[in-house]
Every structure is written in structure tokens, then in C-alpha cells.
Design a protein around this ligand. Structure first.
Ligand code: PMP
Ligand code: GLN
Length: 379
């Protein structure tokens, strides 16, 4: 058959995780915690199954979970969202991103993405028959050059996709960035898709600048989050999309026939845990900041140069003092010879900038971080 996705192979996350297994490497590649979700959350999940919440959930999510999401959104971002019409629970952020694009992007449209871009974006755009317009982020701050965005806008621009905190760099958007974005989309029909899966992981006392804090942008945006990141359970695949009623209605038309609904017991468990332990997400920045600082301290004696990490749970390291080769070759060498798996950045670019950077995940136990750092310090 003629492939619809000629550029797509196996994702770099799967490739590196397989290599890590093969070479018995410390896996700091694919982003997932190697520690467990909170015990009360796991207990709540088991209870939900025991208590018979095992059939289809409501199509757009359980009322209890949507209420908790609305409470959190108002508490953190000062925005009241309509529990019934503006929140849709999805099977992970990945589904939400796809559904948002399928809901509004048409064949021939253009979608602006910033490189390095999370790898699910472009195939989702391609499958709509649309075209991804890639704008590189500045290096090494990974910030957006707004003039380049203004220059890239055409009558076909249908959507701008932003991601803050950013995977893989950890860069965060500022309130000023949101103002720039708002000025660009004002008086257009451009929809904003804001991937905020790391919303609760920002450091050094900074506030996450959610698009939901910006009333003008929130009126034309899908904001996506993921419980996998917040509650250390990436394997449960539960996320959500917040959007104004008209956008949510279109989103739900897609969600309804993509998955119909999301794993019911987990929704019951999240609702219960969010109600009883709202401090979990408030404490997440300190929890991950301790990991970030520990990982950086462990790598301080190494020959890697550490880039700043304002958010997210990835550390970018510059390896140019160790080997002079591109990042895909370096990551292969590192997993085979150095015993550590990381993620190269090239797969996230349309045009790789030739930086000598590797992404290492620090959502790891102390033992894993120590084992990884010990190997990295030998290089
Ligand atoms: N967006 C970004 C930026 C991510 O890092 C991830 C997870 N790696 C996702 C979306 C997907 O989230 P989920 O696992 O909830 O589908
Ligand atoms: N989001 C994770 C990462 O960036 C991986 C998710 C996946 O493997 N699809 O590493």
C-alpha cells in the first residue's frame, strides 16, 4: 500500500528504550518515572475496579473528574471553566493533541510548530492533509523568535502549536510571550493548541504561564494536560483538553469516534485523589526541583556541559567536549559503549541545527540517577 506517513518510522523513544534493554544501559531516554504513583491513588484505582466502575465512562469524562479539573484550573490560573461544556477527558495528551487537530485543521491548512517539536505533532498534522510549518527555537535558550512567527503567517495558517514547559528543552513561555502570541492571532481565525503536559513542573519559584491565564488567548485555544506527568503514571494514559464551548463541541465529535471515552476506573481514582490530596500538584515543583538539582550535582564532575532547566523533567547536556559527532551517532555510542540511554534532538527537527545536545530524563529514583551519573562521569 502507499503509505500516508512516509517520514514516520519507530519513535526514537521506543528505539532508545529497546537499545537500553539490549545493552543493559541505564535508561535516561524515554520520559517516564521509574518510581510508583502515590499509594492512595493506586488504592483508589483498585477500589474503583472492585466497586464496579468497569464499564464505559461518560463520553467526555466523569463529572467528578471534570469538577476537580475545573477547581484546579480556577485555583491555579484564575479561570472559571464550564464543567459540562469546556473540559473533555482523553486517553492521554496524545489523543487530545490529535483530536484537537482533527477537529479544526483541514486539508491544505498550515500549522505552525516550533522545533524541536514533540514527535507526535507532525504526523497528526500530516494525517489531516495539512502542512507543518517549522520554526526553530533559538539556541541555547529555546525561546520563540516572534518576528519569525509573524513572517510565517499566511491566509492558510489555521493553528499555532506551543508547548510550555517545553519537551525536550524545559524552556517556558513568559507572560510576554503570551502577549506576543495574542497580538499575532488577534483578528485572525487561527486556533492555538497549547501543550501544557508539564504544567506543574516549573522551577525556582516561577509560575507556569498557562494560556488559561490569558483571557484573550483562552477564548481561541485548546489547552492540553496529562495526568501521566502529574501523578507519575504515564502508563495509565489519561489526559484532558480544555477549550471554549464551540471548540470543545468540535473536539468531542472527534473524541467520540476516536476512542469514545477514557479508562473509567482511572477517572474515578484521579477525582478521588485530587479531592483528597490537592497538595500533590502544588508540591510537584519542589519534588522535581530536588531531583533536578541532585542530577545536576551528580553530573557536575563530568565533561558534559549542563544547560539551564526552567521546567519539565529533562536535562539537556552538551557533549562536545567528549565526542565530535552528531547527536544520533553520539546517543548510539553512549548506549552501546557508555551504558546510558539518552534521546538525541535531531528527530524533533525538520532541519537539524547540528547542536551537540542530548536529552537525559531525571524523573528517576536516586539509585537510577546515581547509576547513570556514575557512568556519565567516566566519559
Ligand atoms: N506532549 C509532550 C510535550 C509530551 O512530553 C508528552 C509525553 N511524553 C505528551 C504530549 C503525551 O502525553 P501522554 O502520555 O499523556 O499521551
Ligand atoms: N513523552 C515521552 C518523552 O518525551 C515519551 C512518550 C512516548 O514514548 N511516546 O520521552
Amino acid at each position: 500500500i502507499e503509505t500516508k506517513l512516509p517520514k514516520v518510522g519507530t519513535t526514537i523513544f521506543t528505539v532508545m528504550s529497546q537499545l537500553a534493554l539490549e545493552h543493559k544501559a541505564v535508561n535516561l531516554g524515554q520520559g517516564f518515572p521509574d518510581f510508583e504513583p502515590p499509594q492512595p491513588l493506586r488504592d483508589a484505582l483498585a477500589r474503583a475496579m472492585d466497586e464496579g466502575r468497569n464499564q464505559y465512562a461518560p463520553m467526555h469524562g466523569t463529572a467528578g473528574l471534570r469538577e476537580q479539573i475545573a477547581l484546579k484550573t480556577e485555583r491555579l490560573y484564575g479561570r472559571k471553566v464550564d464543567v459540562d461544556r469546556e473540559i473533555t477527558v482523553t486517553s492521554g495528551a496524545t489523543e487530545a493533541l490529535f483530536a484537537a487537530m482533527a477537529a479544526v485543521v483541514r486539508a491544505g491548512d498550515e500549522v505552525i510548530v516550533f522545533d524541536p517539536a514533540y514527535d507526535s505533532y507532525e504526523p497528526a498534522i500530516d494525517l489531516q492533509g495539512a502542512r507543518a510549518v517549522h520554526i526553530p527555537l533559538t539556541v541555547p535558550a529555546f525561546s520563540i523568535d516572534w518576528q519569525r512567527v509573524r513572517d510565517a503567517i499566511t491566509p492558510k495558517t489555521r493553528m499555532i502549536l506551543v508547548n510550555s514547559p517545553h519537551n525536550p528543552s524545559g524552556a517556558v513561555l513568559s507572560a510576554g510571550d503570551l502577549d506576543e502570541l495574542a497580538a499575532i492571532v488577534r483578528d485572525t481565525s487561527i486556533v492555538v493548541l497549547s501543550d501544557e503536559v508539564y504544567e506543574h513542573i516549573v522551577y525556582d519559584g516561577a509560575q507556569h504561564q498557562s494560556v488559561l491565564r490569558h483571557p484573550e488567548l483562552a477564548e481561541r485555544s485548546f489547552v492540553i494536560s496529562s495526568f501521566g506527568k502529574t501523578y507519575h503514571c504515564t502508563g495509565w494514559k489519561v489526559g484532558y483538553a480544555i477549550a471554549p464551548p464551540a471548540l470543545s463541541a468540535e473536539f468531542r465529535k472527534v473524541h467520540q469516534y476516536l476512542t469514545f471515552c477514557t479508562f473509567h476506573p482511572a477517572q474515578v481514582a484521579f477525582a478521588e485523589f485530587m479531592a483528597s490530596s490537592p497538595e500533590h500538584y502544588l508540591e510537584l515543583p519542589a519534588f522535581y526541583q530536588a531531583k533536578r538539582d541532585r542530577f545536576r550535582a551528580l553530573l557536575a564532575p563530568s565533561r558534559f556541559k549542563l544547560l539551564d532547566v526552567p521546567g519539565g523533567y529533562f536535562q539537556l547536556v552538551d557533549y562536545s567536549a567528549i565526542r565530535d559527532e552528531d547527536d544520533v551517532a553520539f546517543s548510539r555510542w553512549l548506549v552501546e559503549q557508555g551504558g546510558v540511554a539518552g534521546i538525541p534532538l535531531t528527530p524533533f527537527y525538520e532541519t537539524a541545527p547540528g547542536t551537540r545536545l542530548l536529552r537525559l530524563c531525571f524523573a528517576k529514583s536516586d539509585a537510577t540517577m546515581e547509576a547513570g551519573a556514575e557512568r556519565l562521569c567516566r566519559l
